[in-house]
Design a protein. Sequence first.
Length: 301
Amino acid sequence: MSATLLIMAAGMGSRYGGNKQIDAMGPNGEILMEYSIYDAIEAGFTKVIFVLKDGMKEDFHKNFGEKIARKIEVVYAIQSFDNLPGNYQVPVERTKPFGTVHAVLSAKNFINEPFAVINADDYYGNHSFSQMYNTLKSLKNDNDACMIGYYLKNTVSKNGHVTRGVCVLNDNNTLKDIKETYEIRIFPDGSIRDTFNNPEGDLLDPNSVASMNFFGFTPWMLECAEEYLINFLNNIKEGDIKAEFVLPTLVDMLMKERNMIVKVVPTDDSWFGVTYKEDKPVVMAKLQALHNEGLYPQKLI
């Protein structure tokens, strides 16, 4: 089965303080995306799409994409204001992209098959990609989708707040509700709390399922996403130059308004990622351990 892996790599990395998507993390200078691509190729994926921002493509291809293209079909999509759908006029003072829905839609013209979506700066675990590929093969209807689910307690950072899609599941392991939660922190007592509206934090269940933007869709989702993004843009309040439309929000809307069924695939794989500079040494140590255990060869790609 043909399947595409879409990697969202256009983020500005403002909290990290640099271009973390191409920062060496592995023991042989690997970046985190290389692990995802290696695992995806092993699982059976046949194409990878990199969603980049303006100005990244040339250096990205020279330093990374060219060698990937020897192993798998590579496509570049650019997330820019030039490819926004509809007639929205972007405020001149806006520099921030419009979120992960816009990122995925930037690749619309390159996708005709089931596809998975991931972040560039996360490690998802090698088994999770075979789980995703096999689940994509099993999707029977256009409005079927899937998501790899991680425990919230395994997705937070000790170095600051993180954003996660906190999920509620039905009894049959389909997604019932997903809420994009923007300022999740670990408190000194070990509890995990949402501090976006309450400085003292609203308590969250550490064993709840969290979305790490590892979704699987059919191309049907792209047609819906374009319609919903246009509506989002047309309803941005005047003066708001930071509003974003994110995948968990779209998924929640499609479930409730278009009857999309999202199968949640729990995984025992370890997740880790880089949100802050202080996360880097931890990630590097974990990747070294995976190589030492023989899960990855010395040369990935």
